[in-house]
Design a binder for this molecule. Sequence first.
Ligand code: ZN
Length: 419
Amino acid sequence: MSMTREQIRELAEFNDPKSCAVSFYFQPSTPRNKAHKEDTILIKDLAREALHQLESKGRDKDKESKTKKDSARADLDRVIRLSGELRSNGTHAKAVFACAAQNVWHEYELPATLPATQLFVDRYFHLKPMAHLLGAFPRLGVVLVDRHRARFFDLRLGQLTEREGLFQTLSRKGRSDGYAGYDGGHAQRRVDDEALHHFKAVAEVLKDSLEKGVFEKWILGCQDLHRTQLEPHLHAYVSQALLGRFPAEVGHITNDQIRTHAEQIVERWQSDRRSELIHEAVSRARSNARGVTGLRRVLRSLELAEVQTLLVGENFQAHAVECSGCGHLDAHLVSFCPACGHATQEVVDVGEAILPWVIRRDIEMFYVKDDPEFDKVGNIAALLRFRSENVQPITTALADRLSRAGAAYPGRLRRFASR
Ligand SMILES: [Zn+2]
């Protein structure tokens, strides 16, 4: 089962105050002897380690801590049982989000591009291992075309699904079936006409799909000859949304080949876009025009809902605290929330803690790898859609209102703040 944005949003909002939300990521190992066995051993080790950490944290007499351990243990056992079924050197990775205490168990297939097999037990689900698939991945369409056929695919989080096809029935005389001679010229014109209609119809479907939001960007697979016949019919914004092309025979290409071509094109596009955006964010921040750099300013902009695109260093390390009352994130290590006065908790991984904000607000996000220009500005930057002047941080007003209303941490506020 592949994920929808709605499901991702729900995962990001999930919170278990007893801290037994289990996130498990399986990245198949590369083909090797007995690789499968190694994967299973690794997963068992990770589960054992997670349990051990739970044991050492909770006090045994504490009844609540026992319930919590039981819940996490049930999920970890189930993960271990699942590991027996996971195929090594498969083309898919897997993610599991579970919380037995709240009766939650979700399994998803993901493209095999995760950083590693990992396991987390925490208050919230850890989404960072798949963040590279979420923030910067547009809804993608892949279209295969020749003179009389067109196939339309959706590509979402590594899953290729065929949506519909257009098949022009060739007139019988059009096929080279011995009607040459006297009638030949006429038949050829008819075929050309039919092809023209066909390419126009394909261009029309593309325009419609973009307008309806079926996809935001698309990729074309065809022969050069057919490309030159299709492209004159494309609407200007359909052309602009085209990420790239690859050579393809409509009837003979496999889904795996289509996916591989498409993913290479997306990767190139993302990497170009990433460097462009880094440069833009840094220069805008310098001139104080809808760009910010540095953790403190970026966090503030996130809470003010100003951020359009977020750039974070892949191994970004920083100290921050999260308010246990309103979810406010602060780069100053304050013990009490400046917005609502509740106690704060230190955040282990800021890159993880900001993800709910990113997902909730549909922010485009890129992880940046080894970029000296980016390193100089603190490895975190954002492009803003607008810049609010002299606005009180959103969390202050909301937190006041909600704490008066007796809101519990943090689901309500988090959802509230997203409006
Ligand atoms: Zn607070």
